[in-house]
Design a binder for this molecule. Sequence first.
Ligand code: NAD
Length: 258
Amino acid sequence: MPNSDALEYAKQLVAQSKKITAFTGAGISVDSGIPDFRSEGGLWERYDPHEYATIESFMQNPTKFWTMGREIAETILRAQPNAAHKALANLESDGKLVGVITQNIDNLHQAAGNKLVVELHGNYLRAYCIECNMEYVGDRIHQSVVNGEIPPKCEKCNGVLKSEAILFGEPLPEVAMTKAIEMCRKTDLMLVIGTSLSVYPAAYLPQLAKNSGAKVILVNLEGTNRDSVADIVLRGRATEIVPIIVDYQGPIVYPNQE
Ligand code: NAD
């Protein structure tokens, strides 16, 4: 847990700010049971992303992607928002948080109650047919993947389905990126939570907020590539730190213990 002076300063900044933006990564969902991909035992240790998670590899062999996708689906379908997600949702309903920009694909900010969520890397629970573009929303496709229907196929044309989550080599969704940049320019405080800040261009966003005059608080378990952007660095678990700094009074309970 960070020292009490740093926590106190962070609490004051949150209390004084009126247009807070959260920028989140995989670390905020770790205590919901979704491991980040880079840490020991993470997905990239078992599945080489060049082989399993590029758009080229998907187009060549979608079965390979969906074999890994089955594991992702099993994890995401079980996950529930944790105390850090809920604290951010509470901050939005209090009228202080203007929105969340997330690199996550797990839908947990929306499940916690946040209304404005900008998804830079798409959403795993949305899929579309690569032949006819028919869209699929929700967990039905992923349930079928978990049951072994790999790759999942379009009900209309039997084309292969692709999750809307962005693969390496795919461009970021333009509308989301434009919205994220606009939020960074207008915010007075950015809470950067659970990201190694190593995936670009998303990792530049805290710097953009800083250059536009915002304060930056960084909450992460380990050092990141861009700690120097932060006015305050709070090292620790998002579920422990975020509820404290935003003064969230709800229970700090891990979902799998609820
Ligand atoms: P990352 O894996 O590069 O970094 C995660 C960071 O979170 C690490 O620095 C780690 O120290 C920290 N962390 C781990 N547990 C934490 C905790 N309990 N509290 C606070 N910090 C914690 O993740 P990234 O920067 O988001 O980039 C990874 C990419 O992979 C993203 O683009 C995202 O699309 C994807 N991804 C998404 C999910 C998800 O949707 N939940 C999960 C894994 C990966």
